[in-house]
Design a protein around this ligand. Structure first.
Ligand code: AMP
Ligand code: MN
Ligand code: MN
Ligand code: MN
Length: 281
């Protein structure tokens, strides 16, 4: 069974519509797909409606990826199996969305100061119905041929300490865990191997996340060395965190694919342990 619990649509910085994402997952023989856009559940109803209109053996799991600030790092917390219609949850996510708009305006102001004007409007246009993210700014800078690729846009302008970096004011990890659990979901530490943290700080992050009541962590995600995989599995065991895995798919490319290479180590307890998956697939 292929289970992929981390993916994006154009409701945040993914490039596919919910329909296109679901069709692709189906083609990749994914059985369970969580849609986890940044700070929004706006694409979920569209995804569920589309899926319901088809006779396919695939389950769509409502999810979200919440941005948090922790010691000057952006840490992402996935909310899986959330009640995406919960009014309190929606109001809370709207606060994060407002912070995205505020920060975007400020990033644009900083870019204007180094002679790159009018980026906000273009980034907003690219974002369309979705949350505005730094990935949209990166795409504008690439389109204007100011940098060669998105990676370079982060290195030169958008990353921490760079010319157009703006310190975000996201909620704390503890708040994100509370928001997710209040909405009936499981809180999962996203891609722990992706943060620019030393092993000492990574251990501290996982310990704090578990301490504030986090449910699980991704132990399999893209770009992980065998050593890092082992460390993440050990940390999950040590802190009794459930294990999750996801592709973090944003758009078709050479490196990531929906549902690919996501098998969890058999020693860990999967986050879907208590979910009724067999009834739906
Ligand atoms: P934001 O949540 O608005 O700060 O935007 C962060 C998003 O930008 C992440 O979710 C990634 O999808 C993308 N991103 C972050 N760093 C890079 C990078 N170095 N190269 C390309 N995309 C990146
Ligand atoms: Mn993203
Ligand atoms: Mn993330
Ligand atoms: Mn993600």
């Amino acid at each position: 069974m292929k289970i992929d619990l981390h993916s994006h649509t154009y409701y945040s910085d993914g490039q596919l519509s919910p329909k296109e994402l679901i069709d692709r997952a189906h083609n990749m023989q994914v059985n369970v797909l969580a849609i986890t856009d940044h700070d929004t559940v706006d694409g979920i109803n569209e995804a569920l409606d589309y899926q319901a209109s088809l006779r396919r053996e695939m389950q769509i799991m409502p999810g979200v990826e919440i941005s948090t600030s922790w010691h000057n790092f952006d840490i992402h917390i996935l909310g899986l199996h959330v009640n995406h219609g919960d009014t309190q949850f929606l109001a809370r996510l709207a606060q994060q969305s407002a912070e995205r708009d505020r920060r975007a305006q400020e990033i644009s102001d900083k870019l204007a100061k180094v002679g790159i004007a009018g980026v906000f409007e273009q980034a907003k246009e690219l974002a369309g119905v979705g949350q505005i993210t730094r990935a949209h700014f990166a795409r504008v800078l690439v389109n204007r041929q100011l940098v060669n690729d998105m990676e370079a846009a982060f290195k030169k302008y958008l990353g921490k300490g760079k010319k157009a970096h703006v310190k975000p004011q996201w909620i704390s990890i503890q708040e994100a865990v509370t928001w997710i659990q209040d909405a009936g979901g499981k809180a999962v530490l996203a891609h722990p191997g992706h943060y620019d943290l030393t092993t000492k700080w990574l251990k501290r992050l996982v310990a704090e996340f578990a301490q504030v009541g986090g449910d699980g962590m991704e132990v399999i995600h893209s770009h992980l060395s065998p050593e890092k995989k082992k460390l993440l599995a050990d940390l999950a065991s040590e802190h009794d965190l459930l294990a999750s895995s996801g592709s973090d798919f944003h758009y078709p490319n050479r490196w990531t694919e929906l549902g690919k290479n996501l098998t969890l180590p058999s020693t860990l307890v999967p986050i879907w342990r208590d979910w009724n998956l067999s009834g739906m697939i």
